[in-house]
Design a protein around this ligand. Structure first.
Ligand code: BES
Ligand code: ZN
Ligand code: ZN
Length: 486
């Protein structure tokens, strides 16, 4: 999306709208003070009368403000000054952006960053790009109109450029998740990855069915077997660091549609299952951003792409699969397919000698039961690495919570016929038994599993984000890569 800097003042910008911000219970400052002065103290009066409180994401739209060239002014609340951070900056800008996207507008100027650090400004810029895009991909009458041009005042060039890259990457992830499964299936997702790789200079390898067979990816292939669509495994490489430095590996679950297979899901559980490739889409979005930002790190992104369907060739309950690593897996539920796909993708990742791994997956409903829709579950075999990922998420305002990995959970996936089975003893602790299953395939390397089943897809819209694919954790992954390189 076209974003540029402006040095024109908030009152003089010829635009459809300008956006200013106020902190909770504080008098207008910076651009908001200029707007206040031009309008003869209108903002101060609205604050005085408690029409504007400045609480987080509160929006006040002033049509045709006097003394201001823009047709509309939007005042967004930032909450208390002492709790302001990058997450608040992202959401405030995104809320204003979403509110303005309700109508077609050519030019919108953001005057929020007067007292923001470059990091905070970067998050704000990203928010202004993410908020105005919705899931209305196939509606003739759109609900969201991204403006023709976004301008930011008082943001340094670097933050403007990196904020734009992050916002665009998050929107890429969101679009891929929002596309219907008739459009995004393993082959077409891989084609999207090729397009992204070419455009931002990533090396890419796509494994087709024959290659997957030659590589003995028996676990991934079993899931794919019931579908008419061939599976793919995509490997993206970014070498921004020193030659020979072990890469960070990002691994994504890319089940482009999860019907449950023979353990078929009921209608209500299946309706949103186009989102089951969100882990893969998050990895692709992050790889795009990491390459465009030219981060001085080596990163490798791997996504396993399959459709989990039913047919005469579907894999069955009781089947025993041989994963690429050699481990055998007894299948007791074909709807626990994500871990079977990841088992082989993790094994391929290990072949590239990564220093650390993160996998992202819409893996279990149990994680949504445990943590709700706004928080991803973290599971790990290495506490310092998990702390680093958690810290990165917190610093960009994305929420995560660690779940325990006690050995007892691992007992539950032992099988009588094979090395392990693909479900735990019962429903309880299902997010963690899934995590324990994945741990079997990382060979003790520092690894964090992020179960994003809740946050990846919103059932209803938020003030700062339309419903559907959220693009959550793209910014976290980029932050992890950044911190690793500093
Ligand atoms: N893709 C689902 C998990 C999911 C649920 C993602 C809700 C997003 C929202 C996954 O493949 C699945 O079906 N998991 C089963 C595992 C069970 C059979 C052990 C589940 O969560 O019920
Ligand atoms: Zn499933
Ligand atoms: Zn699934």
């Amino acid at each position: 999306m076209p974003v540029s800097a402006t040095s024109v003042s908030v009152t003089q910008l010829e635009a459809d709208a300008v956006v200013v911000a106020v902190y909770a219970d504080s008098p207008p400052a910076g651009a908001a003070a200029e707007l206040d002065k031009a309008t003869g103290g209108l903002l101060s009066r609205l604050i005085e009368r408690k029409e504007i409180s400045g609480k987080k994401n509160e929006i006040t739209t002033i049509l045709g403000p006097a003394g201001v060239k823009a047709h509309t002014a939007v005042v967004v609340g930032l909450g208390p000054k002492d709790s302001f951070d990058r997450g608040v900056a992202f959401r405030a800008a995104a809320t204003a952006s979403k509110s303005l996207a309700g109508k077609e507008r050519a030019k919108v100027g953001y005057y929020l960053a007067d007292d923001w650090s470059p990091d905070q400004a970067e998050s704000g810029v990203a928010g202004s790009i993410v908020g105005c895009v919705g899931q209305d991909l196939y509606k003739a009458k759109k609900k969201h109109f991204p403006p023709g041009e976004i301008l930011w005042s008082r943001v340094d060039k670097g933050a403007l450029a990196s904020g734009t890259i992050l916002g665009d990457a998050q929107n890429l992830t969101r679009r891929l998740v929002n596309e219907p499964p008739s459009e995004i299936y393993p082959e077409s997702f891989a084609n999207e990855a090729v397009r992204v790789a070419e455009e931002c200079g990533l090396a890419i390898e796509v494994w087709d069915l024959a290659r997957l067979e030659a590589e003995r990816c028996g676990s991934l292939l079993a899931v794919a077997r019931g579908s008419d669509r061939e599976p793919r495994l995509v490997i993206l490489k970014y070498n921004g660091g020193k030659e020979g430095d072990a890469p960070l590996a990002l691994i994504g679950k890319g089940v482009t549609f999860d019907s449950g297979g023979l353990s078929i899901k009921p209608n209500d559980g299946m309706v949103t299952m186009k989102c089951d490739m969100a882990g893969a889409a998050t990895v692709l979005g992050a790889m795009q951003a990491i390459a465009r930002l030219k981060l001085p790190v080596n990163v490798i992104g791997l996504v396993g792409l399959v459709e989990n369907m039913l047919s005469g060739s579907s894999y069955k309950l009781g089947d025993v699969l041989r994963a690429r690593s050699g481990k055998t897996i007894e299948v007791l539920n074909t709807d626990a397919e994500g871990r079977l796909v990841l088992a082989d993708v993790l094994d391929v990742a290990l072949q590239h000698n990564p220093s650390r791994l993160i996998d992202l997956a819409t893996l279990t409903g149990a994680c949504v039961v445990a943590l709700g829709n706004d928080v991803a579950g973290l599971m790990t075999n290495n506490q310092p690495w998990c702390d680093a990922v958690s810290q990165a998420a917190g610093s960009v305002g994305e929420q995560v919570w660690q779940l325990p990995m006690f050995a007892e959970y691992g007992e539950q996936i032992k099988s009588e016929v094979a090395d392990i089975k693909n479900v735990g003893a019962g429903r309880w602790g299902g997010a963690i038994t899934a995590g324990k299953f994945l741990e079997e395939f990382v060979d003790g390397k520092p690894w964090v599993h992020m179960d994003i089943a809740g946050p990846a897809f919103l059932d209803s819209s938020k003030p700062f984000l339309d419903a559907g694919g959220s693009g959550a954790y793209v910014r976290t992954l980029v932050e992890v890569a950044r911190v690793g390189s500093s």
